[in-house]
Design a protein around this ligand. Sequence first.
Ligand code: COA
Length: 257
Amino acid sequence: MFARIQSDIQCILDRDPAARSRWEVLTCYPGLHALVLHRFAHGCWGWGLRWLGRFVSNLSRWLTGIEIHPAARIGERVFFDHAMGVVVGETAVIGDGCTIYQGVTLGGTSLYKGTKRHPTLGCDVVVGAGAKVLGGFTVGDGARIGSNAVVTKPVPAGATAVGNPARIILADAQADSQREAAAQRMGFSAYGVTASDDPISVALRGLIDTCARQEQKIAQLCLAVEQLSTGHKPDHLPLASPPTTVSETEKLNRLIE
Ligand SMILES: CC(C)(COP(=O)(O)OP(=O)(O)OC[C@H]1O[C@@H](n2cnc3c(N)ncnc32)[C@H](O)[C@@H]1OP(=O)(O)O)[C@@H](O)C(=O)NCCC(=O)NCCS
């Protein structure tokens, strides 16, 4: 038991730059107190002492501001940072090494007893302040949930989910870097490329890039017509890149960021 508390303290020292000493962590971190009390409550629950489990869980809630159902399963090196207002439901599972900030709810959306109603967090998941993860699905290892996100669907391992309703950003780093490289080749959408897959932003950026390309072509045609009218015969269309077009594109892209 002491080895486990020591590892809890060490993980807080590793992850919270504000933590200065073991003593401070042991005495001033409600997340740690909630974990220790939860282990006792979970033990009671497992031994069939259901009321005692609930009572200890409720006591812990009074003392720490964190409500963890005694049946919830919590792995090693889990860190509830600040932690006030955290709610962890009955069938929730929190994997090793997760970090959970204040105001997080690992909640359910169905009222059927005996079913898996609350989420399972894989290992090393980070759940940002105020995020709500609702339902009996899995958040994969190493995923990150942005602060205030409302997540109602599974999140793949390593992905980042933000917003309400949550959408995945940076889910596929390879695809993102390919898109970025393609955009840079095109010469416009260094500004337009984003990891976001919000469909409205994607559509708007596509339109802005198309407009910019058309404007560039028109500028090239104007230049060619001008050169023809002055008697100069171009053997190819000059590769004009009017700076105004690029800066307009940049401005429009910034507007939708
Ligand atoms: C989600 C998170 C992990 C992403 O971090 P990151 O990988 O550094 O991501 P970035 O800051 O580069 O942002 C990537 C995009 O997601 C958006 N984004 C980031 N966090 C967001 C959030 N919580 N809600 C909505 N959008 C968010 C950014 O605006 C950006 O959008 P863009 O590409 O259109 O510009 C981080 O922003 C977060 O919310 N961490 C939780 C921290 C926390 O709760 N701290 C509490 C301390 S007390």
